[in-house]
Design a protein around this ligand. Sequence first.
Ligand SMILES: Cc1ncc(COP(=O)(O)O)c(C=O)c1O
Length: 367
Amino acid sequence: MRVERYNYNSQLGEEWRAVVEQIGVMLTDGRYILTDEVRNFEMEFAAYLGAKHVRGVNSGTDALMIALLASGVKPGDEVITQANTFYATVAAIRLIRARPVLVDADESSYLIDERQIEAAITPQTRVLLPVHLYGKPTPMRGLLAMAGKYGLHVIEDACQAHGARIEGRPVGTFGTAGCFSFHPSKNLAAAGDAGAVVTDDAPLDESVRRHRELGQASQNRHILVGLNSKLDAIQALVLSKKLPRLDGWNLQRRRMAMCYRERLAGLPLDFQSTNRDEQHVYHLFQVRTACRDQLLAHLQAAGVDAVIRYPQPIHLQTAFADCGWRDGQFPVAERLSRELLSLPIRPDMPMCELDFVADQVRAFFRG
Ligand SMILES: Cc1ncc(COP(=O)(O)O)c(C=O)c1O
């Protein structure tokens, strides 16, 4: 048996032929840029989140850059985020020439360690940028209180957490702005790169619009140096088709995660902690073990597409060598990078595949 990480085909559902037909009409009609398809998806996603404004952009990375720029972050300003995230969170900060300040991860939630944030705040800090990593919501109450105390923006990296909730409220709607990626691997996936910035703040939304549209206030009147980063019309159509199924897929992911936890109980493995008031959407299902590399080799030999997310913490990435971080500086992030393994989790995964993966993990520990 082979157990894959992705099954893009299954996400298209029964109606894929109708979607292809609609794309054909868009192509021949020349409906490419900021069309009704884009506006429709923005409105649908805003309604889904209960947010006032959504702007579609090229990618999650652009969403982060644009949200930071629109929040007034200037070169040299400091943005606090975590040492264990995907590279793009920190690249976005660097690309706008702001300064990323890292905080270590929490040992059991694998999210930013809230207790270490206050010590990282300086007079140059402008933004707290928590990441709802692997689909688990970062507890927002304490973070928002801290941001209020120091006059900071909170920009949520919700690129892995579409539909994750805290007390029923979707992540991405707690801070000044929320940033989403619709990369094909995500819980809500386009057929290519795509992203969005979400906010309830009308002036911020207008600034996001300008930053994604070449700084234009109106045609040929450019009032700031903006990016060209508009959600593609075909991607918007694909996203609109998939959005109504997102909650069902997330429910399925949660069920799968529960089954994994049951079937792997009693083994020398740890799992990402969960809170009663949250809905984790399991973009990734992580197991933690000191013999991670051997377990990965065992699973790959058995045909299981397990993967490491992420094998290198941010502070040890070559791209960020000039930030002056050093080996040993964020010990929890370093341990997680050595001990976490993502097991395949897909909404369409049949139980026999999950059983197979769980049996293989059990067989590994039996020796
Ligand atoms: C946590 C996180 N932040 C940012 C990004 C960047 O998104 P994109 O790949 O759409 O640029 C991703 C996804 O790839 C991500 O997982």
